[in-house]
Design a binder for this molecule. Structure first.
Ligand SMILES: Nc1ncnc2c1ncn2[C@@H]1O[C@H](COP(=O)(O)OP(=O)(O)OP(=O)(O)O)[C@@H](O)[C@H]1O
Ligand SMILES: [Mg+2]
Length: 237
């Protein structure tokens, strides 16, 4: 499988911090644009645009084997990198269990995906973000049954509405491991990225997540390797 990007853990540079984005340090594309991490997200964005230029690839989901491996951070920074190369991007927070996009972008969570899944409104409550070109559909209030919400036909419509308004729709999801959410979301997207943390992900879990995605016929585009220490040996998954 392609390794599309390697994002170091400690790759901050000494560039001055932009005051507007100092409150959103996880968006390294804005807060620390010259860092190796920012550069890694930019090359991920470039890889996605050029390697798949001949194929329909607008809706892209990001998942990982387990919790806390960097899915949400990857979605947010990839969105900013794509926007900085002139694309219109909508981030959809479909992690209806541990949503994180509203925090990363510093926006409200109250009105979002969970709300629109309960209506047939053609208007999505998209919020502008600090990053020009990036809009976000945050999670909304957590539903009692996230799996059922994501499995609905209405979720397909929401994706289609977002797709019609952007060049890329990036979808944050729960981890693939214990939950079936990804199995219902991944087949409806044009591509999936698997985040693997060099520091945290157990090798067999990463392999299992990959098999899980293949089983549901997800279009697995490649791996994003996070938390790579400068001194680490080559990580194999
Ligand atoms: N490339 C990276 N290198 C090191 N640490 C990272 C990297 N990307 C994200 N992190 C850190 O890892 C932690 C988890 O990140 P994040 O919230 O993006 O993961 P997640 O997979 O979305 O988690 P969850 O399963 O809770 O949704 C955060 O503390 C974040 O700052
Ligand atoms: Mg997350």
């Amino acid at each position: 499988m392609n390794r599309l990007a390697t994002v170091s853990a400690n790759g901050r540079s000494l560039a001055p911090v932009n005051l507007d984005t100092a409150a959103l340090p996880a968006l390294v594309l804005l807060s620390d644009p010259h860092s190796p991490s920012a550069e890694a997200y930019r090359s991920l964005a470039a890889n996605l645009q050029f390697a798949y230029a001949d194929r329909q690839l607008q809706t892209i989901g990001v998942t990982s084997a387990a919790q806390g491996e960097g899915k949400s951070t990857t979605v947010a920074n990839l969105a900013v990198a794509l926007a900085q190369s002139g694309r219109h991007v909508i981030v959809v927070d479909a992690d209806l269990r541990r949503p994180g996009q509203h925090t990363l972008f510093g926006v409200d969570r109250d009105e979002g995906l969970a709300n629109v899944l309960k209506t047939d409104d053609a208007q999505l409550p998209l919020q502008d973000t600090v990053a020009a070109g990036v809009r976000i559909l945050s999670s909304g209030p957590l539903p009692s049954n996230p799996l059922e919400a994501l499995a609905s036909r209405r979720f397909d419509q929401v994706l289609a509405l977002a797709r019609a308004q952007a060049d890329f729709v990036l979808v944050d999801t729960p981890p693939a491991g214990a939950l079936a959410d990804v199995a219902v979301v991944a087949p409806r997207l044009e591509g999936m990225l698997l985040v693997v943390s060099a520091g945290k992900t157990k090798r067999d879990l990463a392999r299992r997540a990959r098999e899980q995605l293949e089983r549901v016929n997800a279009n697995l585009l490649g791996v994003v390797l996070t938390d790579v220490r400068a001194d680490s040996k080559l990580y194999r998954y």
